[in-house]
Design a protein around this ligand. Structure first.
Ligand SMILES: O=c1ccn([C@@H]2O[C@H](COP(=O)(O)O)[C@@H](O)[C@H]2O)c(=O)[nH]1
Length: 236
């Protein structure tokens, strides 16, 4: 059982928490996501440890700054030998192009990591766009436009919810990746997420990858829960 399109969000505080969690999976090679919590706490050593265990890494730092700063930061991240990194699409096409330039420079002729852009966070809904962000377009249109911008900038795909995967793939092609958090089993609490689906629904809606955090990491039996997510996403 291994599906490198299921990315487990390792939202833990310490290296020890991560070790305890990964040990449960024995020799299984996983795709894991390191976010701000773990990276700010444990840094580059954490990445080395996970790489040594043979897992793939999505480094989810969501860069969002002026193009020059993002380019320089990406040049550094490219040296970490991770598999995927990301930026916020709302930083502009110029910023996303700069991210790719930085990655290419940092990779120094080698293979750069995949680079994807966060569109509308899965914790947002239409009401937040309208009332707080003053974006009065249907959310789906915003996600699609920002995905088009990401493609124009040369990125490999976007982060969106599974609910927008199909329209992105219809417009931008199946090769353009949709990496989709907001995944819950039917019995789970949605917590702070607004746009959620089950793994089975994400498969139907053509998600390229699913990102699953608390459903697995907080489960009484994380390995059994990973298997259930796997079964649903595979359509077994
Ligand atoms: O729009 C986004 C972008 C990133 N995330 C990240 O994915 C995981 C989801 O965790 P759950 O526990 O499964 O809710 C988390 O690390 C977020 O930072 C997202 O949820 N939505």
């Amino acid at each position: 059982m291994n599906d490198s399109r299921i990315c487990i969000a390792l939202d833990f505080q310490t290296k020890q928490d991560v070790k305890d969690f990964l040990d449960k999976f024995e020799d299984e090679k996983l795709y894991v996501k390191i976010g701000m919590e773990l990276f700010y706490g444990e840094g580059i050593e954490m990445i080395k440890m996970i790489k040594e265990k043979g897992h793939k890494i999505f480094l989810d730092l969501k860069l969002h700054d002026i193009p020059n700063t993002v380019k320089s930061a990406m040049k550094q991240l490219a040296k970490l030998d991770v598999d995927m990194v990301n930026v916020h699409a709302s930083g502009s096409i110029a910023m996303m192009k700069a991210a790719i330039e930085g990655l290419n420079e940092g990779a120094n002729g080698g293979k750069r990591p995949l680079c994807i852009a966060v569109t509308c966070l899965t914790s947002l809904d239409q009401k937040v766009l309208d009332d707080e962000l003053l974006i009065h377009e249907p959310l789906e249109n915003v996600v699609l436009k920002w995905a088009q911008n990401a493609k124009e900038a040369g990125l490999d795909g976007v982060v969106c919810s599974p609910l927008e995967s199909k329209i992105i793939h219809e417009n931008l092609g199946m090769d353009f990746l949709t990496v989709t958090p907001g995944i819950r089993l039917a019995s789970d609490s949605v917590n702070d997420q607004k746009r959620v689906t089950t793994p089975a629904m994400a498969r139907e809606l053509t998600s390229s990858y699913i990102v699953v955090g608390r459903t697995i990491t907080n489960a009484a039996d994380p390995v059994a829960t990973y298997k259930e997510v796997y079964k649903q996403f595979q359509g077994e």
